[in-house]
Unconditional design. Structure first.
Length: 333
């Protein structure tokens, strides 16, 4: 998976165990990001809805969550990846913007990204391979970029990995059904079906994923946008339409409270961070709308709310996994 701030890599086993302990057959990952949680849940045989506002998140979800590995011609997919891997590089938007105007990629890799991305658009737009090939390209580009994991800036000196040759790999596809939804969490919760378990991991402060990962946004949109600043960020990053209410201190609490109350799920799990605007106590108060709340202590937080018998089982799991994070549980009487 790509380098990502707020990644739930270490928390995924706990969330997977929560899902299994809950006996959930359907689940919602409402702020899916790189889809780590959604993938783990799908791997456990659950039908998952992965939701996010970012274009790159939708592509990753269409690859890892929506695509059913049993329905993909893997030999043909490998042929497509082989074809893309051996294209001759060309000078295009990525080369001019992210290698020459900025220094996210070395020239030899930027030129190959341009050639590969053009070919994906030309040959596979609308094809089931499209999100898979885009995911392969994003992940390959991430392995040779020259950043610390955020695209708000690039390193003054080339990162050692940036000298490597960009290499496409077939994403590890999963069997079974799934759904990718691109949209604002505050709006789409009313359009989604009821699920057994929902996971909420909203942005916690002013740092915006749209600008943190603007290169991936552009690589997916492929719209050659005008840009500004040393990092060549998309000009639409300045538009209100690309700003999340969860990045605004004055509005984030009310927005999250409404989502917690409005999401249609038997059990709700909510992540928190000690670097966020909302404290664990704030989340516990918000979760009381779904039931009684209790909690333990640590740095990474999970708030769980649902039926009493279910939450008791999940709370027991939390005690077993307390080294991985902090969980608070609420249940309906």
């Amino acid at each position: 998976m790509i380098k990502y701030i707020g990644s739930k890599r270490r928390l995924v086993p706990v969330l997977g165990a929560l899902l299994s302990r809950a006996g959930a057959r359907t689940a919602l990952d409402l702020f899916t990001g790189t889809t780590r949680v959604a993938q783990e849940w799908k791997r456990r045989g659950t039908e998952v809805w992965a939701v996010d506002l970012a274009r790159y998140a939708e592509v990753l979800a269409r690859c890892y969550v929506t695509t059913d590995a049993d329905r993909i011609d893997l030999a043909a997919l490998d042929d497509a990846i082989f074809h893309l891997q051996h294209l001759t590089g060309t000078d295009g938007y990525v080369t001019a913007t992210f290698s020459q105007a900025a220094r996210f990629f070395q020239l030899h890799n930027a030129r190959r990204i341009d050639a590969i991305r053009d070919e994906i658009e030309r040959r596979w737009r609308g094809h089931p391979f499209y999100p898979i090939l885009l995911t392969s390209l994003i992940e390959a580009a991430d392995r040779v970029d020259s950043t610390t994991g955020l695209q708000m800036a690039y390193l003054k000196q080339w990162a050692p990995r940036s000298h490597q040759v960009l290499t496409l790999r077939r994403p590890s596809l999963l069997s079974g059904p799934g759904h990718a939804v691109r949209g604002d969490a505050t709006e789409v919760i009313h359009q989604l079906p009821e699920v057994d378990l929902a996971y909420l991991d909203p942005p916690y402060n002013q740092h915006r994923y749209f600008t943190n990962y603007h290169v991936w946004e552009t690589l997916v949109a492929w719209d050659a946008p005008a840009y500004y600043g040393v990092a060549c960020k998309r000009v639409d990053a300045r538009d209100a339409s690309t700003r999340s209410v969860f990045n605004e201190r004055a509005r984030a609490a009310d927005a999250l409270s409404a989502v917690i109350a409005g999401v249609r799920a038997n059990c709700v799990v909510i992540s928190a961070s000690n670097e966020g605007w909302l404290s664990p106590d704030d989340l516990l108060d918000m979760a009381t709308v779904r039931g009684r709340v209790s909690h333990t202590r640590n740095v990474e937080y999970l708030v769980v709310a649902g039926e009493r018998s279910l939450v008791k089982r999940l709370s027991a799991l939390n005690q077993e996994e307390s080294s991985a994070g902090h969980a608070a549980a609420g249940c309906r009487d």
